[in-house]
Write a protein that binds this ligand. Sequence first.
Ligand code: SF4
Length: 460
Amino acid sequence: MASADAGGSGYVGRGRLLYNAIFCAAMEPPMNFGSNENGAGVRAFRERLLAWYNANARDLPWRARPNATKKRDPYRVWVSEIMLQQTRVSAVIEHYHEFLRRFPTVQKLAKAREASVLAAWSGLGYYRRARMLHAAAKVVVRERDGEFPTTAAGWRELPGIGRYTAAAIASIAFDEAAAVVDGNVERVLQRTAGERMAAKDLWRAAEELLDRTRPGDFNQAMMELGAMVCTPRAPACLKCPVVELCATRGEMKSASKLPRQKKREIDYALDVRDGAVFLVQRAGDARLMAGMWELPEITPGAQAPSRKDEWIAALKRRATQKRTQEQIPPAHSPRARLRVGRNDKANGGSQNGKMNGRNPQGPLLTLRHSITVTDYTVRVWRRPAPKGAIGEWISVEKLTKLPLTGLTRKILRGANMAETTATGPSPVVSEKCLSDTTPSPSSSRNGPHSSKMDNNTEGQ
Ligand code: SF4
């Protein structure tokens, strides 16, 4: 890690040049930062940013108040940082409390079944994060006797922890002087410098600027500024504490356009009988959402199987499939209050999607959903699962314990199967977050505080 003194003059190289650029080029007029040689510009940046953060930091459940002497529990900081990758703060807040209720300590998390961890993660997307969190918890318990590393270097030895996450946890929970660069910090750095920078230059610049006396607060202040003021679109420069130090004072010209969203349509069968819903499980080695449960996909217009076909298929399935705890043949399932049928009559919408009340031939529900660069129009048809679909009847009461894909949870909520949502997320929060693919380091489309990145390990 590059060293820099409190005055910000210790860095020699590209980072140093960058901040000479910031504080010389950008500061005249109105302010003369030509005195940058003694670090005055860097010091001014730190002071203004931290003063702004002291007064404006959002009160988030995983965050200590600025200047707090009591540091945050590293387990909570870690969980929040993993959840915040590529995910909106509002979505994380809903999942954070429930996740900690289920797994209040690293020991509890390490002991949990993977399916339980995925179920608690359902709706946050990028499920690889949950798997790695679980794997790292096991390492902490098994190899470190439950003790967390106290340095960024130590954190990086754990599964799923890259440079960003390690530095964020070490600085916030242990006050280590380790700078962070996520999408928000990247934007602030580039705009203040007035130029685009390669990743290594961004990290150097962040190290150069970092306040060594309050590194955790400083890192959070940089991210907060990017999330709340220096937003991707229409930055609020008039409210910015470092406006006088900024070379851009507005949006930079886009070097490359965001990839265009693709459009797709997809249809699912919702087959509900006697308090159980028919679901299929994605393959364990699937690239996306491996092992998660979802509704069977259907081809619209394809003829639904006859009752006789269904019975034969069901008998075959029962004969060949191992019965699991969740598998409940409809005839023996407990009564659950399913209101799907009743809502067929509702001619309006649900909060998750548009219910079809007028056309009995039409889909039960239509909604929109996005997975990385694809926007889906999702139609849900109340009909038997397609012939030959291999799945299981899952009692509605057990759905909350099952790792459902975010879209499936959203559909079931949209169909007013209220039991599935007891611990589930808000339907609108996870639309961009369903894939298990590598989070895009430069993406900030998901809104403020959603573009944290660990592009060296976490996406592999
Ligand atoms: S002045 Fe505007 S562009 Fe510059 S850092 Fe502040 S909000 Fe961002």
